[in-house]
Design a binder for this molecule. Structure first.
Ligand SMILES: [Zn+2]
Length: 444
């Protein structure tokens, strides 16, 4: 093991105020008080943040549609400095002096927060996540506690533990608490949601509009069945998601809005409703929703790494490889081959100038090819060379290590590759992570 490299990595992680169980780092914490009025399409928020990683000044992004009433650093009123307006992201970036203790903001906003409706407060849907920057968005992970006042007819789910505390005069109060340090506060709510599940046990449920046609409701039930099956397979392959072996619980929320994006903020997974109502493209060769569910469920096992250029492939690439194996087990070899062909097209399109996997910034044009497609191709190539059992042992060992440390790095994965795959395959593994373009030996 290259201990010096590991030591440098630990130092980097401490500076980033992230979350290693064994390291006494500060994790930022958010306390939010949120009043949502779906009829007016408005929100009213009071947010207090503490334990913020900061040197010099603190910058954060906030949706452009909100009106800031008050900003306080350590209890003192300040006027934030405008750093940047970003029309595409619908955000403005603001800067304040470093808080020693707290940064508090009060603001109001109304209407769709993003143009494609992906983030909105409307009479039929509330969808809020970092994509709408509805709360002051900083880099790094944090914990949160939010109280949400919302029309009592709405069913609400979030990426934390959501408890409905009671209602008065038509408004219900919910408490949302993060389950572990997270990268987002995401919630979806609608008065039209019904809860569907394939087998009635309800640990994995779909939330869909009650007026959907029967075919779409069947598709929603099938998505929950796919999620349950993926969870069962991944448990067999990688072990439990915690040391107690707690069964995975998840909500698949199908949001009625125009934007196409699907995303996972576990235990919440959000899809546009069109995934249920529009016919699947049969020429793709594998069922899109089944594959997407397989990928997002994969993040229950694979989301230990930092969201950094060097490490995020461990989150996306291992979730994607899990999804590919899930597709093979569930939909057959032809579906798996179609998925691999899609990865190869993406790798080819990225071209010979594409940065290495471990050098891919989030806003890179090569993000999909490098963080998703190429790692899956590489693991497939190793599986064909070494057999399923060896790759299985490798991935199980990587997951065991991540679970024990609450963290996963490329260096750790490479060390485990040497131990479980042997020197030569481990060298190939390391070479392919660091190579420009995508050679045949890596699965190209
Ligand atoms: Zn993902």
């Amino acid at each position: 093991m290259n201990t010096r490299r590991i030591a440098v990595l630990f130092a980097g992680l401490v500076a980033g105020a992230t979350t290693l169980a064994a390291t006494p780092t500060r994790t930022a914490h958010y306390d939010l008080d949120l009043a949502l009025d779906p009829r007016q399409g408005s929100l009213q928020a009071r947010v207090e943040m503490r334990d913020l990683p900061c040197t010099g000044s603190l910058t954060f992004a906030l949706n452009r549609a909100v009106r800031i009433a008050r900003v306080q650093v350590d209890g003192r009123m300040v006027a934030p400095r405008l750093v940047e307006e970003n029309a595409r992201r619908a955000t403005r970036t603001l800067s304040v002096p470093c808080p020693a203790r707290t940064l508090a903001l009060e603001y109001t906003g109304a209407g769709p927060l993003t143009e494609d409706g992906r983030n909105q407060i409307s009479p039929t849907l509330v969808e809020l996540s970092l994509y709408g920057a509805w709360y002051p968005r900083l880099a790094g992970k944090f914990t949160y506690r939010a109280t949400v006042a919302l029309d009592e007819t709405f069913t609400l789910v979030s990426n934390g533990r959501s408890v409905r505390e009671g209602a008065s005069r038509g408004v219900a109060r919910h408490t949302l608490t993060s389950l572990q340090p997270v990268g987002d506060i995401a919630l979806v709510a609608s008065p039209n949601f019904v809860r569907l599940s394939a087998n009635g046990e309800g640990r994995i449920a779909a939330l869909t509009r009650n007026s959907l046609p029967a075919g779409a409701q069947t598709a929603a039930r099938e998505a929950t069945a796919a999620a349950s099956r993926a969870a069962a397979l991944y448990t067999t392959w990688f072990g439990g998601t915690d040391s107690a072996g707690t069964p995975v619980a998840a909500h698949l929320a199908f949001s009625l809005r125009s934007g196409p994006l699907s995303y996972a903020r576990l235990p919440l997974i959000v899809f546009p409703e069109s995934e249920l109502t529009e016919p699947d493209d049969a020429t793709r060769g594998y069922p899109y929703l089944g594959w997407a569910v397989g990928h997002e469920m994969g993040h229950f096992w694979w989301s230990w790494a930092e969201y950094s250029p060097r490490e995020d492939w461990l989150n996306e690439g291992l979730a994607e490889y899990a999804a590919a194996r899930f597709v093979r087990e569930t939909y057959g070899d032809k579906a798996y081959a179609a998925l691999l062909a899609q990865y190869r097209r993406a790798a080819t399109k990225a071209g010979t100038e594409a940065t290495a996997i471990v050098e891919t910034p989030s806003d890179s044009a090569w993000t999909y090819a490098n963080r998703y497609a190429k790692p899956a191709l590489l693991l497939d190539a190793l599986e064909r060379a070494l057999g399923s059992d060896r790759i299985g042992r490798f991935l199980k060992a990587v997951h065991d290590s991540a679970l024990a440390r609450n963290a996963l790095t490329t260096d750790t994965a490479q060390t485990i590759a040497r131990d479980t795959l042997g020197d030569e395959p481990a060298r190939l593994f390391a070479r392919c992570l660091a190579v420009r373009g995508w050679p045949t030996e890596c699965g190209g």
